[in-house]
Structures are given as structure tokens and as C-alpha cells.
Design a protein around this ligand. Structure first.
Ligand code: GLN
Length: 308
């Protein structure tokens, strides 16, 4: 496969979609990003990386971080084998509701539908905090190692801005705490969640760091992060829940496990082959990058490499 040629064709296809979406404006720090950006990268399972456009420009990973927090919790729960404690506290069904929705929590006793909506991600971060003593820093260190980029960092302005405008996430956390579904104090859980969302990475960094999902759980250095069946399960939850209430449409169009973030990034996995990351800040009404989804749609059409 000539990845470089495919990426160039995909970028040309996606270009007209780049200005169609709306840049996230719920915090001022994200609103400032130029809507014109577009980048895409592929990291194959052997470590080769290809990219086009703004593929080396760092952006705010936002909800893509939820994939890594889930992986780290599963990896650090020995004997868990994907069926352990965390799944007593968070489900794995698509929610059909927006990423920051509160509505299902009351009827479901404070157990969020899945780990990729905000409520579920807060529970996962809470667990990671208990396991590591410092959830966001342990994630940053993992991402530095896995991406091979020691310069990865939090964006303080984004984290502060999230906290300033964090009433919804605080409400989700307090509500779950009222059901006994948090182990740590609410302020500490939401602080670590905001920090993990603020990490800045490029398409290159994210495609490389997400390589373990394509390598059935093996890290870049060949050591095992997850059992193969745990990696399979994370990929399954990405496919069904990774793009929120657009997960059905996304599976229909793209046909890959994927996780989006309101920074405009999307990572997608082709198990056994490669991990992709695309970035373009214009979002659709569900919070997914418009040009990013178009690019991934075209990538699987050109290559025939959807999971279906
Ligand atoms: N930081 C954002 C929030 O919690 C992340 C949401 C997202 O990327 N979908 O609202």
C-alpha cells in the first residue's frame, strides 16, 4: 500500500469539507484555533509513519484522551481481563445522547452508559486516579513514551478554561458521587479530567501513540500493555460509542473503531494494520470533525480497509 499517495488523495477529497463545520466555542481557548487546518497521519504496526497537511501541528486532544484513560485502567487492573471492576461502574452501550448529557444517569443509578461520554470518562479518570495517584500525569507520561515525543505537554490555558466553564462536568461528577460511583473527591476527579483533555498532540503523535490498538495490545517497544481481547474490547467500544450519538452514522460511513474530540481530532484503528489520526477543527452538531469524518470515509473507500 502506498500510504503517502492514498493520504494525498484523501486530503484532496476532504479539502472542500474543511470550512463546513463550526470550531468548538464552549471555551475561549479552543475558539481561537483556525478553522482552515487539516492534517492526517497513518502509523503502521511496524512503526512507519506517513502524513499530509497539518499532520505535525499540535492540537487539543480533548475526548480522544478517553481512549487512553480506559486503556490505562484496563492495563493496570491485573487479572481484570477486560471484565473487572471498571465494568461494574460504567456500561458499554451506545448512549444515543450528546457527549455531555445527564439524562440517563438518574434512571441508571449513576452508572454511565459507556466510557466515552463525559460521565463515563469521569468514572474512568476516577479509577485511574486511584490506581496511579495522579491520573493526568500518568497519562501524559504514557503518551510521551508511546508517541516517542518527550515534548508533549498540558495546555494550561485550555485546562483553566475548562475548569472555568466546567459546570456541566462538575454536575455529572457530583450526581454520580451521590450514587457512590466515585472513589475520589469530585474536585480532584474533574481537575484530572480537564488536564487530560488539555494535552496537546499532533496527528503524528496520536497515530503513533494509538498503535497498541492496531497491534492487539502490544506497545511500541513490543511489550504488552493489554491482552489481545482487551484491545479488541476497547476497539469495539470505540466503534459503538466513540463518536457519541453519531456512532451509528460513523460506522455506516467509515466502518472503523474511532474516537473523536471537540478539538477536531479523530483517531481510527484498522486492527492488524495501522492507526490513523485526522484533524480539522470544524465540528458537526454532534461534536465530530466534518472534514475528519469525510477523510476517514474516503480512506476506507479507497483502501477497502473497513472492519466490515
Ligand atoms: N473537554 C470536553 C468536555 O468535557 C471534551 C468533550 C469532547 O471532546 N467531546 O466537554
Amino acid at each position: 500500500m502506498d500510504y503517502q499517495a492514498v493520504l494525498e488523495e484523501v486530503a484532496a477529497y476532504a479539502r472542500p469539507f474543511v470550512r463546513q463545520g463550526q470550531v468548538a466555542d464552549y471555551i475561549p481557548a479552543l475558539e481561537r484555533v483556525s478553522a482552515d487546518r487539516f492534517g492526517i497521519a497513518v502509523a503502521d504496526i511496524h512503526g512507519a509513519v506517513y502524513g499530509v497537511g497539518d499532520w505535525e501541528v499540535p492540537f487539543s486532544v480533548q475526548s480522544i484522551s478517553k481512549t487512553f484513560s480506559l486503556a490505562l485502567v484496563m492495563a493496570q487492573s491485573p487479572g481484570n481481563q477486560g471484565d473487572g471492576d471498571i465494568w461494574k461502574r460504567v456500561g458499554r452501550e451506545p448512549s444515543g445522547t450528546p457527549f455531555n448529557s445527564l439524562v440517563q444517569l438518574e434512571a441508571e443509578n449513576g452508572i454511565p452508559r459507556n466510557p466515552f461520554i463525559n460521565a463515563g470518562a469521569l468514572v474512568v479518570t476516577d479509577r485511574l486516579q486511584t490506581l496511579t495517584g495522579d491520573a493526568s500525569t500518568s497519562m501524559l507520561h504514557f503518551l510521551r513514551e508511546e508517541s516517542g515525543n518527550p515534548d508533549l505537554a498540558f495546555d494550561q490555558a485550555v485546562a483553566d478554561s475548562e475548569a472555568e466553564h466546567g459546570d456541566r462536568n462538575a454536575a455529572l461528577a457530583h450526581f454520580m458521587a451521590s450514587f457512590g460511583n466515585l472513589e475520589n473527591p469530585v474536585p480532584s476527579v474533574i481537575e484530572h479530567y480537564f488536564w487530560q483533555c488539555s494535552i496537546e498532540m499532533s496527528c503524528r503523535d496520536l497515530a503513533v501513540a494509538g498503535g497498541f490498538l492496531a497491534r492487539h495490545g502490544l506497545r511500541a517497544d513490543g511489550s504488552r500493555l493489554l491482552e489481545a481481547r482487551e484491545a479488541k474490547r476497547i476497539n469495539a467500544v470505540m466503534l459503538t460509542c466513540g463518536t457519541y450519538d453519531a456512532a451509528g452514522e460513523f460506522a455506516y460511513r467509515v466502518g472503523l473503531p474511532a474516537k473523536s474530540g471537540v478539538g477536531g481530532g479523530i483517531i481510527a484503528v484498522i486492527p492488524g494494520r495501522c492507526t490513523l489520526c485526522v484533524w480539522s477543527p470544524g465540528l458537526d452538531a454532534r461534536g465530530n470533525s466534518v472534514a475528519g469524518a469525510a477523510a476517514l470515509d474516503h480512506f476506507t473507500t479507497l483502501t477497502g480497509w473497513s472492519v466490515f
